[in-house]
Design a binder for this molecule. Structure first.
Ligand SMILES: [Zn+2]
Length: 60
């Protein structure tokens, strides 16, 4: 399993495809079970909303 670069775990968007440096900075990463996961700004926003809404983990 090799990827050309970080991609959003929510929508599959490639971080390397971001043209706006600020958008690239807005990406968030987290480590889960030793695996690095990336979220694009949109995905991160949805994720925060999901945490606030206390949605179950299988939502992922
Ligand atoms: Zn995304």
């Amino acid at each position: 399993m090799t990827a050309p670069g970080p991609a959003c775990v929510r929508c599959g968007r490639s971080r390397a495809a971001e043209t706006d440096p600020l958008a690239t900075l807005a990406w968030v990463t987290s480590k889960e079970n030793g695996a690095q996961r990336w979220l694009c700004p949109d995905g991160a926003r949805d994720h925060v909303r999901a945490i606030e809404g206390k949605l179950p983990d299988e939502y992922w």
